[in-house]
Ligand binder design. Structure first.
Ligand code: FES
Length: 161
């Protein structure tokens, strides 16, 4: 899963090409290429799509179609911290929805929103495998379970620091 996103930089074409080339030995390299680019830049730069298409002998539309199908790939950089809140059943049964609403209100964000200072992006996620410790969340790739209001407030303070 994602870690703290890398700061947004204008990627050099040669650098993009090198990241693409490093995955070409794999069978079905398209998803590994997306992962490598997102790891490097915090998102998949739009400029990379035609270069991927060329390297894999696909159309740009095909590359774009695959990328937009998967929620994990971003077309723009996220905030410095990414807070994913589980919205699936077990977490709902433990009050996760109300907790998420409260957390969004405190941050002044909607789902997929980023605070104006660029510090935190909040996203929904549909099960983190932490159902027995619901409600659950993930901060910069690290899971947190048994969240209550106090734990959420601590989480907000942490990502805003
Ligand atoms: S339903 Fe939330 S972690 Fe599984």
């Amino acid at each position: 899963m994602t870690s703290t996103p890398a700061p947004s930089v204008a990627p050099a074409e040669a650098e993009i090409d090198a990241l693409i080339a490093a995955q070409l030995h794999l069978e079905g390299p398209l998803l590994p290429i997306f992962h490598a680019l997102q790891e490097a830049y915090g998102h998949v730069p739009q400029a990379a799509l035609s270069r991927i298409a060329e390297a894999l002998n696909l159309t740009r539309a095909e590359v774009h179609g695959v990328m937009s199908f998967y929620h994990d790939f971003r077309s723009a950089p996220a905030g410095r911290h990414v807070l994913k809140i589980c919205r699936a059943e077990a977490c709902q049964s433990m009050g996760g929805a109300a907790l998420a609403d409260r957390l969004l209100a405190k941050l002044g964000l909607g789902w997929h929103g980023t605070t104006p200072d660029g510090k935190v992006t909040v996203e929904p996620v549909y099960c983190l495998g932490l159902c027995a410790c619901a409600p659950a969340a993930m901060v910069d790739g690290k899971v947190r379970g048994r969240l209550d209001e106090a734990a959420c407030d601590a989480l907000i303070a942490e990502v805003r620091a």
